[in-house]
Design a protein around this ligand. Structure first.
Ligand SMILES: Nc1ncnc2c1ncn2[C@@H]1O[C@H](COP(=O)(O)OP(=O)(O)OP(=O)(O)O)[C@@H](O)[C@H]1O
Ligand SMILES: [Mg+2]
Length: 374
């Protein structure tokens, strides 16, 4: 186990004029599970490869267990990696594959056997130890690749989309296995995915990246409840958050077909953002308006998706299309008018120039501010 520190880490490939990773700052806790998430090409693998020592960082420094590792070759970093294209040795059995790195280190045979047996037990692959990789399913091979990493008892695990070859059901099972494994072994882990559900369910903290830069580092629930900007707000959550362009005045935000009142915290915080503003509202926070609701969004139904537990509707509101996730099965017809509503404390506001959130002030803080203005 070890604390991993990345300080202003940057990577410039060749003569490229933009950095693949820029200004990356993160200090893990000992034994923390950190997830890196973001769209394709945002720099997740590059960051992992720099921690592993497979790429040189062109800026900043990386410390593992307090030691600057810039001069430490990959083999000596005491890191085990599981990457998307995990290659098992085809001519070796599962047991031999798992034992390989310990054999290279010339560990005693009894120790190797004990470690392989223990890892196999943890992963439920004991009956497979004598098989060759070609005799395994994709999910079983995946487990062997994990087993091979576990037997090394490394200081740090790096997992770069290790589940992307699996079908949806197996993926969910393996995701749970990895979380359990981490709870038991408590090895500091970096886990890359571009699946935000995987990120939310696995990460103790999540690093959201875009274009090589960190957008926000936070716990899953904080990312969901307090996204720092419009990118994070739209990236975390499924279906994605809706954004409405609105005019902000008199403690409300409004536009064609809607008017939403702000709660005290948002009203205070957004005072200096008169005029244009982005309003964010999550599909699951919209419901069908009953009677003369105070917060109203009037639109016309464009698409209805019946999923059983929920009904997802797309509604045209002015120039915008809003997605609403309504509980249960609803009888809603395409083309019919539909009025939606949302609690004021579920609204998010973003600056139109910077896309940064206009954060709601806590009630106490707002009251104190009101006092100081009095
Ligand atoms: N060896 C390389 N030489 C030059 N540019 C590279 C190299 N490897 C990656 N890049 C570039 O660096 C950027 C980040 O790539 P990286 O592989 O880290 O993205 P990623 O977040 O892992 O994406 P994905 O989700 O598709 O795996 C991309 O623009 C990519 O084209
Ligand atoms: Mg990658």
């Amino acid at each position: 186990m070890a604390i991993v520190e990345l300080k202003n880490v940057a990577k410039q490939y060749g003569s490229s004029n933009s950095n693949a990773v820029d200004n990356f700052n993160l200090t893990t806790r000992d034994g923390e599970f950190v997830v890196l998430v973001g769209p394709s090409g945002c720099g997740k693998s590059t960051t992992m490869r720099m921690i592993a020592g497979l790429e040189r960082n062109t800026g900043g420094e990386i410390l593992i267990g307090g030691e600057d590792v810039s001069q430490v070759p990959p083999k000596e970093r005491d890191i085990a990696m599981v990457f998307q294209s995990y290659a098992l040795y085809p001519h070796m059995t599962v047991a031999e594959n798992m034992a390989f790195s310990l054999k290279l280190k010339k560990r005693p045979a009894e120790e190797i056997k004990a470690k392989v047996d223990e890892a196999a037990k943890t992963l439920g692959i004991e009956p497979l130890l004598a098989r060759k990789p070609r005799e395994l399913s994709g999910g079983q091979r995946q487990r062997v690749a994990l087993g091979r990493a576990i037997v090394r008892s490394p200081q740090v695990f790096l997992m770069d989309e290790p589940l992307s070859n699996l079908d949806a059901k197996l993926r969910v099972d393996m995701r749970a296995e990895i979380v359990k494994l981490h709870k038991r072994l408590k090895v500091t882990t970096f886990y890359v995915t571009h699946d935000q559900v995987e990120a939310m369910t696995m990460g103790e903290r999540i690093v959201v990246m875009k274009d090589g830069e960190i957008q926000q580092i936070d716990t899953p629930i904080n990312l969901y409840e307090h996204p720092a900007n419009r990118f994070v707000a739209g990236f975390i959550g499924n279906p994605s958050m809706n954004f409405l362009r609105a005019t902000h005045s008199d403690g409300a935000v409004s536009g064609e077909g809607f008017r939403l009142t702000l709660d005290a915290g948002l009203r205070e915080a957004s005072e200096s953002h008169g005029g244009d503003i982005w309003v964010g509202v999550r599909p699951e926070h919209l419901s069908v308006a009953q009677g003369e609701a105070e917060n109203r969004i009037d639109g016309r139904v464009e698409v209805v998706e019946t999923l059983g537990a929920v009904t997802v509707v797309q509604v045209n509101v002015g120039d915008a299309t809003l997605t609403a996730q309504l509980s249960g099965h609803r009888q809603i017809e395409i083309g019919e008018p539909l009025s939606l509503t949302c609690e004021s404390d579920k609204l998010h506001l973003f600056d139109v120039e910077t896309d940064q959130v206009i954060a709601r002030r806590a009630a106490g803080e707002a009251a104190a501010l009101a006092d100081s203005h009095a």
